[in-house]
Design a protein around this ligand. Structure first.
Ligand code: NDP
Length: 244
C-alpha cells in the first residue's frame, strides 16, 4: 500500500464490471474511500461487499446530467471531498458505418463522450479544491481508428482531445489529467455488440491472444495516481503483447 492514497476519496464511473470494478478493488486496497457508480445496483452491492475498504454505491447513468450531478454531490456529502475521478463508463457497439443503426451511435456518443465530459464538469470544482486527479479511460481506439469501429473511435479521440484541453486549463492549479488507453481487455464490453459478425470477430480476437485482464488496467491507474504531486502521468498506452 502507498500512503499517498490513504483516506483519499475516489469516484469510479462504470464500476459494476470489468475495468471499473477492478479499479474500485485496487484503489480500495490502497486505503481510499470509493464511490462506485453504474446502473446495475446489484453488481455494485456485491462489489462493495468484496472491497477491503468503505465503498459508497451510486445509482449512476452518465447519459443523464442530473444523475451525474447527484452522484458527485452524494460522494462529497458522504466523504467530504473528491480527490480522484476515474471516468470509465463506456460502451462499444462496433459495426459498419453503412446501414448502421444510428441509435447505437447516439448511445456511444452520449455515454463515452458527453457522459465523460459531464462527469468532469460536475466533479471539477471539487477536484480543483483538492488539487486532485482525473483519470480518463480512453482506448487504443483514441489513437488509431479502424474499420467497423468508427464511432467508438470518434468518441475516444474526443475523450483524448477534451482531456488534453482540460490538462492545459487546470495543470497550473495542481489538477492532473491522466489518459489511459487500453488495448484488448477481457471484459463484458464486446458482449453488448449487436451485430453478430462483429461480436463473433471480437470473440475470435480474444481467443487469438493473451488478452489484458481488468486488473492490468487497474494497476496502471494505481501507478498514475500514486506519483508525487510534481509528477503528472499524462498518458498510458497499454496493449496485450500479442496484439498487433
Ligand atoms: P464493461 O462492459 O465490463 O464495463 C462498462 C461499464 O460502464 C459497466 O460498469 C457499465 O455499467 C458502465 N456503463 C455503461 N453505460 C453506462 C451509463 N450510461 N451510465 C453509467 N455507467 C455505464 O467494459 P470495460 O470494463 O471494458 O469498459 C470500461 C471502459 O474501458 C470503457 O470506457 C471502455 O471503452 C474502455 N476500454 C475497454 C477496452 C476493452 O478491451 N475492454 C479497451 C479500451 C478501452 P452498467 O451497465 O451497470 O451501467
Amino acid at each position: 500500500m502507498n500512503d499517498i492514497l490513504n483516506g483519499k476519496v475516489v469516484l469510479v464511473t462504470g464500476a459494476s464490471s470489468g475495468i471499473g470494478e477492478a479499479t474500485v478493488l485496487a484503489l480500495s486496497a490502497e486505503g481510499t474511500r470509493v464511490a462506485a457508480g453504474a446502473r446495475r445496483g446489484d453488481r455494485l452491492e456485491s462489489l462493495a461487499r468484496k472491497a477491503p475498504g468503505e465503498v459508497l454505491t451510486l445509482d449512476l447513468d452518465v447519459t443523464d446530467q442530473e444523475s451525474v450531478r447527484a452522484a458527485v454531490a452524494a460522494t462529497v456529502e458522504r466523504f467530504g471531498a473528491l480527490d480522484v475521478l476515474v471516468n470509465n463508463a463506456g460502451v462499444m457497439l462496433s459495426g459498419p458505418i453503412a446501414g448502421a443503426d444510428t441509435t447505437e451511435w447516439t448511445r456511444m456518443v452520449e455515454t463515452n463522450l458527453l457522459g465523460s465530459m459531464h462527469t468532469v464538469h460536475a466533479a471539477l470544482p471539487h477536484l480543483l479544491e483538492a488539487k486532485g486527479i482525473v483519470v480518463q479511460v480512453s482506448s487504443t481506439s483514441g489513437r488509431i481508428a479502424s474499420a467497423y469501429n468508427g464511432v467508438y473511435a470518434a468518441t475516444k479521440f474526443g475523450v483524448n482531445a477534451f482531456s488534453e484541453a482540460l490538462r492545459q486549463e487546470v495543470t497550473a492549479q495542481g489538477v492532473r489529467v491522466v489518459i489511459i488507453e487500453p488495448g484488448f481487455v477481457a471484459t463484458e464490453l464486446a458482449g453488448h455488440i449487436t451485430d453478430p459478425t462483429m461480436r463473433a470477430a471480437a470473440g475470435d480476437m480474444a481467443a487469438s491472444m493473451r488478452t489484458l485482464q481488468p486488473g492490468d488496467i487497474a494497476d496502471a491507474v494505481v501507478y498514475a495516481v500514486t506519483q508525487p504531486e510534481h509528477v503528472a502521468v499524462n498518458e498510458i498506452l497499454i496493449r496485450p503483447t500479442d496484439q498487433t
